[in-house]
Design a binder for this molecule. Structure first.
Ligand SMILES: *[C@@H]1O[C@H](CO)[C@@H](O)[C@H](O)[C@H]1NC(C)=O
Ligand SMILES: *[C@@H]1O[C@H](CO)[C@@H](O)[C@H](O)[C@H]1NC(C)=O
Ligand SMILES: *[C@@H]1O[C@H](CO)[C@@H](O)[C@H](O)[C@H]1NC(C)=O
Length: 290
């Protein structure tokens, strides 16, 4: 009796295995792609849309070097099990609201080297497991309030080499697990502490290569970083006597208003020799005025 039971169990196991193997072999692979089990690679193919016939169980999808232009709402609804998604160099200029909806297992999303200009309020909806989001080398100039509000698991957000001139107060709302935030190589002159206060786990804020003006406006951020043990990476872009000083080392008392003489003479300290220097006629905050 025991023996027969064991035999039946073994047969059952073997047939399950056979079923599984044939299912894996039968996995659909689009013509333009290479599929190794559940890794699908469709690189440098000029694809104008996400291939609709990728196997539903795919976990890694690499679409680097295509021509997707716009990511529509629900662009990945056919592949809900994705954990890694690479979309570098895809000429993407617009990520529509809900483009990634349904990808609640995704941990890594790379959108580097595209032409994205605006991060909409619901661009990253549904990515509740996402740990790393890379948006380097795009043209992001605007982050709508709440754009990242669904990304409660995110550890790293990388926005270097974009065109950010200012960070609105609610920009990073909801990123309660973020540890590293990279904003290097943008056009940031002034940063309001309000944008960062909610980020209770932040360890490092990389502001390298921004024309940051180290004056009175920066003092709250410097003090906040000190008390919250957040490392500020980068240097002052101005005024001239502080230019090049490390943000993490500059004494808060040194961060003060311009002298009245300079003001009277109409001399406004400008960031020096920064690659991305932008001079604003109409400052959004009042970093120029005492
Ligand atoms: C899937 O890709 C990853 C790298 O992204 C690799 O480490 C892994 O071995 C691949 N799996 C298969 C089954 O090829
Ligand atoms: C992609 O498009 C470019 C320019 O139109 C062309 O030169 C290249 O051969 C295309 N590549 C493929 C794989 O079709
Ligand atoms: C900060 O960003 C710059 C420029 O992208 C990079 O070279 C540097 O390694 C980063 N530093 C840290 C400590 O993350």
């Amino acid at each position: 009796m025991q023996k027969r039971l064991r035999l039946t169990r073994r047969i059952l196991l073997i047939s399950l295995l056979v079923l599984w193997v044939s299912a894996v072999q039968a996995a659909k692979c689009p013509q333009e792609c290479c599929c190794v089990q559940l890794n699908v690679t469709c690189v440098n193919k000029n694809l104008t849309q996400v291939p609709p016939n990728v196997d539903e169980r795919t976990v890694k999808l690499d679409l680097q070097g295509n021509d997707l232009q716009e990511l529509p709402t629900g662009a990945f609804r056919h592949t809900p099990y994705l954990t890694h998604l690479s979309l570098q160099r895809c000429n993407i200029h617009k990520v529509k609201e809900g483009a990634f909806r349904g990808l609640d297992r995704l941990v890594f999303l790379d959108l580097a080297n595209n032409n994205i200009e605006i991060l909409y309020q619901e661009s990253f909806d549904g990515l509740s497991s996402l740990k790393q989001l890379i948006i380097d080398r795009n043209r992001v100039a605007e982050i709508q309030p709440g754009a990242f509000s669904q990304l409660g698991s995110l550890n790293l957000l990388s926005l270097s080499h974009n065109q950010l001139v200012y960070i609105p107060n609610m920009a990073f709302q909801g990123l309660q697990n973020i540890k590293k935030l990279r904003l290097s190589n943008n056009c940031l002159i002034y940063l309001d502490t309000e944008a960062f206060v909610e980020l209770v786990n932040l360890r490092r804020l990389n502001l390298s290569r921004n024309p940051i003006l180290c004056n009175r406006c920066l003092r709250p951020l410097r003090v906040w970083a000190f008390f919250n043990k957040v490392k500020l990476v980068g240097t002052c872009g101005g005024p001239s006597h502080l230019s090049g000083e490390r943000l993490n080392a500059v004494d808060p008392p040194k961060l003060r208003c311009q002298s009245e003489e300079e003001e009277a003479a109409g001399i406004i300290p400008r960031p020096t020799e920064e690659p991305n220097k932008v001079y604003l006629d109409q400052p959004f905050c009042d970093p120029w005025t005492p």
